[in-house]
Design a protein around this ligand. Structure first.
Ligand code: TRP
Length: 335
């Protein structure tokens, strides 16, 4: 049986938060357990350089992201888990793809257009002010990530749909000009947890500074939960669990029976202090063991590095063989 190839990249900027876990990490780890899938998960550290020029932060984030996936139980023997910058075949493929990608296609990319719009709004003389070639050609590198392993399915957030369309466009163009080598990848949007709300009730996101770090130490976790915004109804007042951040986060971690019980408590009236303490207990029980493993891995980065090296070895084997074929199709071959 040919397996479905599932691939996704995680940009290594920042520390993973519970929104990342519920929206991306947990479903990816689940998918990797299915016998009908072969999964490729990687640290998109070349992409991180687009947004972050602080070497220390880029380096630390790679360790934190890798340790998170391992602590949460990714089976790194079963799936191919690697760091993008360990696979030199990827940027080589990105160049080949650049040479067949229309510049006009990149002009239409949302991230680039948003930066241009911001410059225009600020009345900059140059609409391309501070925009790097990295940002401009970001979708080509992402297409290379995906096409290098002929991924069938790419789990991503909604903001990445356009990048998947572009990857298909680029693949079609290569297949048309040269040889039918590339599979057309499909995005898989997970709507369930993707929109977990943060401390202030807006979408949990690094850019709003409203996140709950996945592995905050116990005391800090309690503090974060206490900071979650609620309305000012008194404890005995019946409450609406729809549109309540506390309930939403609770539901992302609890099983159905517990969720139903909490719904009843809301209807009868529950104090926010009590609900916060219930939520803390649930999260803390859930995260205690993985948090210990995470801390252990942060203190022993060699274990993480060795795991990534093993993954890179497997990924490179495939990438090198396929890149040879791709290059040959373009005329880059020995005489
Ligand atoms: N651009 C993606 C993001 O910001 C990360 C990423 C890089 C990625 N390369 C990828 C995702 C390849 C899926 C496939 O979320």
């Amino acid at each position: 049986m040919t397996k479905t190839r599932v691939l996704t990249g995680i940009t290594t900027t920042g520390t993973p938060h519970i929104g990342n876990y519920v929206g991306a990490i947990r479903p990816a780890i689940e998918a990797s357990k299915s016998e009908s899938n072969k999964s490729y998960y990687f640290l998109a550290d070349l992409h991180a350089l687009i947004k972050n020029h602080n070497p220390k932060e880029v380096h630390t984030s790679s360790l934190e992201v890798a340790a998170t996936w391992m602590a949460m139980g990714l089976d790194t023997d079963k799936s191919v888990f690697y760091r993008q910058s360990d696979i030199p075949e990827i940027p080589q493929l990105a160049w080949i793809l650049s040479c067949i990608t229309a510049k006009g296609l990149m002009n239409r990319a949302h991230a680039y257009k948003a930066s241009v719009a911001e410059n225009i709004e600020k009345k900059s003389k140059d609409p391309d002010k501070s925009i790097t070639m990295g940002l401009f050609s970001y979708p080509v590198l992402m297409a290379a990530d995906i096409l290098m392993f002929n991924a069938d399915i790419v789990p991503v957030g909604k903001d990445q749909i356009q990048h998947l369309e572009m990857a298909r466009d680029i693949a079609l163009r290569f297949n048309h000009i040269y040889e039918e080598l590339f599979t057309l990848p499909k995005e898989q949007i997970d709507d369930n947890g993707a929109v977990l709300k943060g401390l202030d009730g807006r979408k949990m996101s690094k850019s709003y500074n409203n996140t709950i770090p996945l592995f905050a130490p116990e005391k800090k976790l309690r503090k974060f939960i206490n900071k979650i915004k609620t309305n000012s109804l008194p404890p005995e007042a019946p409450k609406d669990y729809n549109d309540c951040t506390l309930f939403e986060i609770y539901s992302a971690f609890a099983d159905e029976n517990d969720i139903n019980e909490i719904k009843l408590k809301y209807e009868k009236g529950i104090g926010w202090g009590e609900m916060k303490s219930i939520l803390f207990d649930l999260l803390n029980n859930h995260l205690k063991k993985p948090r210990e493993k995470y801390m252990y891995l942060l203190e022993n980065p060699k274990i993480v590095e060795d795991t990534l090296q093993k993954g890179a070895e497997r990924a490179r084997k495939e990438a090198a063989t396929f890149l040879k074929k791709i290059k040959k199709a373009t005329g880059l071959k020995s005489l």
